[in-house]
Design a protein around this ligand. Sequence first.
Ligand SMILES: Cc1cc2nc3c(=O)[nH]c(=O)nc-3n(C[C@H](O)[C@H](O)[C@H](O)COP(=O)(O)O)c2cc1C
Length: 204
Amino acid sequence: MFTSTTDRGPETPIRLMVIIGSVRPGRVGLSVALWVHEHVTARGGFDIDFVDLAELNLPPVDEHRLPRTGQYGRKHTAAWSERVQNADAFLFVSPEINSSFSPCLKNALDFLFSEWSRKPVGLVSYGGKGGGAFGVAALRPVLSDLGLVTASSHLNISRVSEQVDDGFFLPSDDQIARLDGLLDELRALAPALRSVRESTLVAS
Ligand SMILES: Cc1cc2nc3c(=O)[nH]c(=O)nc-3n(C[C@H](O)[C@H](O)[C@H](O)COP(=O)(O)O)c2cc1C
């Protein structure tokens, strides 16, 4: 959960939600996401809410009304809504599964609608040979439907398990540079899109 207040001055850290898109026992994604968390923390400028979908434990979407209504009957949806609403930007760490992206990430996205809208998202994908490129291609239209703005920089990690040792992901210099590029873009997009959200609220 975020600890910051509602004061959103220019120097205020960006509230970045990092979501681990795998719930599988023995998942490699946890090592990748922990490296992302550590790198973002060391870099500074972001207030991180680390979401482990295994801990969040959402059921398959079980709401009666459509997410666009914003009317939720389940406690877990209301809690998830509040948490996502509080984020300024997102970073999804997702495996490639059968040439698509993580089904549990899709389910977590499908629960909500306006909470995602006009916010930036960065993608870190990983997998076997493909490095998650097909997963990212499948994810992009979903993000677009939800009004998320996808950063053009991204990090694809091929043969991810070869870079994990004793639970630690060991990044290459190029991967660190790519993650930094992604974070730079989120830093630029988050305040700009916050202004868009605020002006839209005033206009409507
Ligand atoms: C059912 C299944 C399908 C997969 N399909 C792909 C695929 O299409 N492309 C790919 O690059 N890797 C594929 N993989 C490899 C996974 O991306 C890789 O095992 C990854 O580590 C899974 O993430 P996790 O360990 O965090 O759960 C697949 C793995 C599984 C279990």
